[in-house]
Ligand binder design. Structure first.
Ligand SMILES: Cc1cc2nc3c(=O)[nH]c(=O)nc-3n(C[C@H](O)[C@H](O)[C@H](O)COP(=O)(O)O)c2cc1C
Length: 306
């Protein structure tokens, strides 16, 4: 049997978020050969990441914390053995809840080990007051992007249209179930960086948001971090400068392609350029002073690009 882990983040165990998750569960179980393990994140013990960076430094890329999301933790083990993950989250303060943010934050080791890359993933965000369920869904998509989870979709829900949302949750569950089944039968399909940027377009557009951040929000490449860093001599280390110079070239070209609407070319250039920007900042700021090791090979390799 293929397995999907369905994680509820609401303390109201029979509330609206739970109703939506139950519908998604029906959808998942409508796929023959797929079973669901439902759990409530409130029943597990895990706290925020301490930023000790052991998950980066150690060969096994595991967390040393002795709680349920640590390297030998019960909840972490469930993530390692599942074929798919569903998170059902109440909207808190116009965004995703702190519990879900912490749960995803503690999956940080996945970035360095590459474990989880390609795992089918979906989410539900349930609001009942002023809303912002769409914002919450976007936040969750953004947080899991770096792990390369295979993004199936989301249901941003408000209880004012609960019935329609229940139907959408059931439909989302069926798609997640089918993806989990394929994950078990055919093995995991790993995503390259360019696949990730192409896949994460709705509800959160990874490529557009990447440039919004890189250009400090003003959408003009002249004020991008790579241009400014080069002009102001912010990077001093030779190895970092080599990566930065190449990153700047590729990212500017990607930006131009985005602006003229050639998204495919833009994404190709963005996946290489952003890997080099990550490499440059790593070499300049993190390698010696913070982490003390070279960037692990599983994470955004750049050997072919320099
Ligand atoms: C700390 C906190 C913040 C909240 N913020 C929002 C919000 O920004 N928007 C909203 O529509 N509902 C908000 N709510 C209401 C929850 O989203 C509500 O519990 C939600 O509909 C989930 O349903 P459930 O509790 O039945 O699972 C908030 C609740 C709490 C406890």
């Amino acid at each position: 049997m293929a397995r999907v882990l369905a994680a509820l983040a609401s303390k109201r165990r029979k509330g609206w978020t739970s109703q939506l998750m139950a519908a998604a569960r029906e959808g998942i179980e409508s796929v023959p050969g797929v079973e669901v393990e439902t759990l409530n994140l409130h029943d597990y013990n895990f706290k925020v990441c301490n930023a000790c960076f052991n998950c980066i430094r150690s060969d096994a890329h595991l967390c040393t914390k002795k709680d349920d999301m640590g390297g030998s933790g019960e909840l972490f083990a469930k993530l390692l053995s599942t074929n798919g993950l569903l998170i059902a989250d109440p909207v808190f303060l116009w965004g995703s809840s702190a519990l879900v943010h912490t749960f995803i934050e503690r999956m940080y080791p996945f970035i360095w080990s590459g474990v989880g890359n390609g795992m089918p993933f979906a989410s539900i965000s349930c609001a009942s007051n002023s809303g912002f369920q769409h914002q919450a869904s976007k936040e969750i998509a953004k947080q899991v992007f770096n792990f390369g989870f295979s993004y199936i979709g989301c249901v941003p829900a408000h209880v004012s249209y609960l019935e329609a949302a229940v139907e959408r949750a059931r439909a989302l569950g069926a798609v997640l179930g089918a993806a989990a089944k394929a994950d078990m039968e055919r093995g995991r399909t790993k995503l390259a960086d360019r696949d990730k940027f192409a896949m994460y377009a709705e509800p959160w557009d990874a490529a557009s948001d990447y440039f919004a951040n890189l250009t400090n929000g003003d959408g003009d490449y002249a004020s991008s971090m790579t241009h400014t860093a080069l002009a102001q001599g912010a990077f001093k280390k030779e190895r970092a400068l080599v990566a930065l110079t190449k990153a700047d070239e590729l990212l500017e070209s990607s930006f131009e392609n985005m602006q003229r609407g050639d998204r495919d070319t833009a994404i190709d250039l963005l996946s290489d350029g952003s890997a080099l920007w990550t490499e440059a900042t790593w070499r300049e700021f993190l390698e010696e002073e913070v982490i003390g090791v070279e960037k692990p090979k599983a994470y955004r390799p750049v050997e072919d690009l320099l």
